[in-house]
Design a protein around this ligand. Sequence first.
Ligand code: ADP
Ligand code: ADP
Length: 225
Amino acid sequence: MANVRLENITRRYHTTLAIEEINFEVPDGEFWVLVGPSGCGKSTILRTIAGLETATSGNVYIDNTLVNEIPARKRDVAMVFQNYALYPHLSVAENLAFGLKMRGVDPTKTQEIIQKVAQSLSIEHLLNRKPKQLSGGQQQRVALGRAIAREPKVFLLDEPLSNLDAQLRDDTRAELKQLHQRLGITTIYVTHDQVEAMTLADKLVILHQGKIQQIGDPQRVYSRP
Ligand code: ADP
Ligand code: ADP
């Protein structure tokens, strides 16, 4: 687990100012939600923390270490996107194992982790299937599982439920919350959905046109007139 701190992060694309002077610190183990309309800069912030994007200026710290120069694969961060991006030719078990294999975890230990992760997401019965034999909700569970299996210090989720239908979205949201309560991984979650924001967040960061409008507890933020 680790804290995540952004210090004066600005990202410019040519003439577009995607995010401007972003400052916040997510303490160890908390679940923070970045919320705001499309184009307000949520993904850019997440991608900058992940190392998929370089800030024009400012500093990113993970676990109190400056990571500006550290590439994504070495940041100990796992990111899940709205379109799951599973490897289509690999089975569910192989998808779950992918990050572990890359890190040289031995096969016995890998099997143990896969079983544990599959259990916690109720996908044990799907381990031998290929992604295209799964429903959208099941695929997204596998994507979450693949991210968790690496035991990252930080979990970054970019609208992970937005491709699911309403019922599945509610179920998966509840599961995500339980998963966080169980594992306590520092999590930053992006959404434009107020219900998701309200039910998941320890703390909300409200963004507007690339700037932070407000940071607060979900009840306070949404009860304002
Ligand atoms: P989201 O729906 O999550 O906001 P977008 O569809 O806006 O995502 O963006 C998807 C991808 O396209 C991202 O990698 C983002 O960096 C890139 N992108 C977004 N806006 C632009 C743009 N104006 N020009 C070029 N690439 C963009
Ligand atoms: P959100 O995730 O809140 O929808 P983004 O972070 O995707 O917002 O985008 C913030 C702003 O930056 C938007 O105006 C978007 O068009 C712009 N943008 C994002 N990625 C790119 C890119 N690769 N090239 C140019 N503009 C981009």
